[in-house]
Write a new protein. Structure first.
Ligand code: C2E
Ligand code: CA
Ligand code: CA
Length: 690
């Protein structure tokens, strides 16, 4: 009782939820085709049954009539044989089951014939309705002879109807099958398959149109029906999505690039670097390994940036970044920390000394000349190295210690590397102190100038003295420039120091002149940094004015690094110096980035051959060749040549023979305090006159 409504409701639920299309189609076909056919069949059956009933009734009546007529004669003549034959004839009719002839006059015996194969009782079967009993009065010549009783098979004709029904049923079934056979392929090919494809296409849309493995050709629609239109539409949506997602992808990549990479150099930025270093820390911790952090700081980058412009500065940074990347190994990570500072993580090292070799390599590649616009620039770098886990166990401290090591490298004179050690902290403290003390030193007159003679190579006559600064430190004794010039440049004190040096040197020269002591010209060193400052000219003119010495008695020594970043300011200063008639000497000539072009443009008065060539002249034929070459060049340009660092008589002989004009060095005299110089001069004078 319960099952039907249950399955019906579940069917209804499934219908609501949406049967698969192919089942829906099948249900529609079966219901739409079968139901009308079955209805028709029932109606037709009913009609057939009705008409058959009428026909049977007619034929039964006819049989009764004929039967009664055929037995009238035998009954009349009381011919039992003929009567029997007539009854048998009647029984031959297929629908007749039994025949009885009853004699109305009762003089003829009753006759009853039943079909031999009929085994049931007539009375009960008649009562049950499976037999129809009919009677007919037998009349002859107006006289009633008896009654003919016939039992007809009530079910006769049912078999025919049954056969007809099953024929019709199979016909209907055939029809449904035929329709399904024709309709389903059409449905499948025209509707179901395209819908299936649309489904796939729509799923492909969900892949954000990014999945390149999706075969686009599969979704080309040629059909012109509604599904085809929908498919093409989907295709366009897909294309659009693909471009949209493509753009989104690029945007994402750009964002990623911006978030983790330096825009200028394309190197990882600090954020990404921190992440990578922290990972390396875990890794190194597990495997008990070391790695190093390099803090690389370009020396005097600010000067290039200020003098040549930011575009040139940027170009320089890009080039340095490229060189760093090219020099380092795959496993190393280089990042731009900020400005001209770079951080490098050097992992996978076998011993810490190899970090030094790596730093050395970096220093070398950074120092290679860089072509910027029309100028060749050379920069150097200072590198501080901190070791994990010895120097620090966390990122911030590790970098801080590397930074301290850089500072150390800078105070040691730049263009070098330095390891962080805890004792470095101490030294750093010391140099910080020194830096602070330097400010007082200038004001408190702790700076002194020593003077080193320059003599004519041939005659030995004193032609000039070079002023070299010293710091009479209250507790540390006499400090040489190498111990504090770097600090002075770093802290900006160099300008103040320069002003003092110029004034003091000029004052001293004037003092000697006033006292009749002839030392020749006064050479003063001016640091490259000072050459970027317009105030240099003012202080120089002030020094000349205050001392009253002639401009041509003063010589300014500049190193090639000034010319390296030849700027408008430095050019103007040099131009003004020449106009004033102040001499210009190129110091340490041959060690820098000599370009003959600037010699021609600048027209210095003299070249000072670097000490290293003079020193090596004894042993190295290349150095000898360089000295001769410089002398030749200077002669061709009409410049004076000074050889620095002459320490031996052999060197003096070689330099004389090579044609050097002026000699300076310990062999002639060390840098001397004023008194000492005067004593030295007096001694020489005595020797000459003796
Ligand atoms: P520099 O201009 O090349 O000066 C020559 C340096 O060589 C001096 O060192 C001098 O003592 C040294 N020297 C001279 N003859 C010999 C020799 O025969 N053998 C050897 N081994 N050395 C010799 P100092 O005085 O220590 O100065 C070092 C540098 O400091 C100078 O190199 C110069 O660049 C810079 N400096 C010195 N005084 C000043 C200054 O007042 N202002 C600036 N901006 N820089 C200065
Ligand atoms: Ca010098
Ligand atoms: Ca020099």
């Amino acid at each position: 009782m319960n099952r039907f409504p249950l399955s019906f409701s579940s069917l209804r639920a499934r219908w609501r939820a949406g049967l698969p299309l192919r089942y829906t189609m099948m249900v529609v076909v079966v219901v739409g085709v079968t139901l009308p056919a079955l209805l028709l069949l029932t109606l037709e059956q009913e009609l057939a049954e009705k008409s058959q009933k009428a026909l049977l009734a007619q034929s039964e009546t006819a049989l009764m009539k004929i039967g009664s007529v055929s037995i009238a004669e035998p009954m009349w003549v009381v011919d039992r044989v003929a009567l029997d034959a007539a009854a048998v004839r009647l029984l031959e009719s297929p629908q007749v089951v039994a025949v009885r002839i009853e004699d109305g006059l009762a003089n003829t015996p009753e006759l009853e014939r039943v079909r031999p194969d009929y085994g049931k009782t007539l009375a009960t079967e008649t009562a049950a309705g499976s037999l129809t009993r009919r009677t007919q009065t037998v009349v002859r010549s107006g006289e009633v002879l008896g009654t003919l009783v016939v039992w007809f098979d009530a079910t006769y004709g049912q078999g025919l109807l049954q056969a007809r029904r099953s024929q019709m049923l199979s016909l209907v079934a055939l029809q449904v099958l035929a329709i399904l056979a024709v309709l389903m392929p059409v449905l499948v090919s025209r509707v179901l398959r395209p819908i299936e494809r649309l489904k796939e296409q729509a799923s492909a849309l969900l892949d954000h149109g990014q999945d390149s493995t999706v075969d686009r050709a599969r979704f080309v629609w040629r059909r012109q029906d509604e599904l085809g239109l929908l498919g093409r539409h989907l295709g366009r949506v897909q294309e659009e999505l693909r471009t949209l997602f493509g753009q989104l992808g690029t945007k994402n990549a750009q964002l990623q690039q911006m978030a983790f990479y330096d825009q200028l150099t394309g190197l990882p930025n600090r954020a990404l670097f921190i992440d990578l270093v922290q990972r390396e820390m875990l890794q190194a911790h597990r495997s008990q390994q070391q790695f190093g952090i390099f803090f690389i700081d370009l020396d005097r980058f600010k000067a290039v940036n200020d003098s040549m412009g930011h575009a040139a500065g940027d170009e320089l940074l890009i080039e340095v970044a490229r060189r760093l990347r090219d020099t380092l190994r795959e496993v190393d990570v280089v990042c731009r920390q900020s400005g001209d500072e770079f951080l490098v993580m050097v992992s996978d090292i076998d011993h810490w000394e190899s970090l030094g070799e790596m730093a050395e390599r970096i220093l070398r590649v950074v120092e290679e000349p860089v072509q910027l616009a029309n100028t060749t620039v050379r920069v150097s770098a200072s590198i501080g190295i901190a070791l994990f886990p010895e120097d620090a166990q966390d990122f911030e401290t590790l970098v801080k210690h590397a930074d301290i090591a850089v500072y150390q490298a800078k105070t040691l004179g730049r263009a070098r590397y330095s390891f962080f050690h805890s004792e470095l902290n101490f030294r750093l403290q010391a140099s910080l102190e020194l830096e602070q003390q330097l400010a007082h030193a200038i004001a408190h007159g702790e700076l002194v100038l020593h003077y080193q003679p320059q003599v004519d190579a041939m005659t030995g006559r004193l032609v000039a003295v070079e002023a070299l600064v010293r710091w009479q430190h209250p507790t540390r004794g006499l400090l040489l420039p190498g111990q504090f010039i770097g600090l002075a440049e770093e802290s900006g004190k160099i300008a103040e120091m320069g002003v003092w040096t110029l004034r003091e040197a000029c004052r001293q020269l004037a003092d000697w002149k006033a006292r009749g002591i002839h030392v020749g010209n006064m050479a003063v060193n001016v640091s490259a940094l000072e050459f970027r400052d317009h105030r240099l000219l003012d202080s120089l003119q002030a020094a000349l004015a205050a001392s009253g010495i002639a401009p041509n008695e003063l010589e300014i020594e500049i190193t090639e690094s000034v010319l390296m970043a030849e700027t408008e300011t430095s050019q103007r200063i040099i131009e003004r110096l020449r106009q004033l008639g102040v001499g210009i000497a190129i110091d340490d000539f041959g060690t820098g980035y000599s370009s003959l072009a600037y010699l021609k443009r600048l027209r210095p008065n003299q070249l000072k051959i670097d000490r290293s060539f003079v020193n090596d002249a004894d042993v190295d034929s290349d150095s000898r060749a360089i000295v001769r070459g410089v002398v030749g060049l200077a002669n061709a340009l009409g410049l004076n040549v000074v050889a620095e660092g002459v320490e031996t008589v052999e060197q003096q002989a070689f330099l004389r023979e090579s044609g050097c004009h002026t000699l300076q060095g310990y062999y002639i005299a060390r840098p001397l305090a004023v008194d000492a110089l005067e004593v030295w001069m007096a001694a020489r004078h005595n020797k000459e006159t003796a």
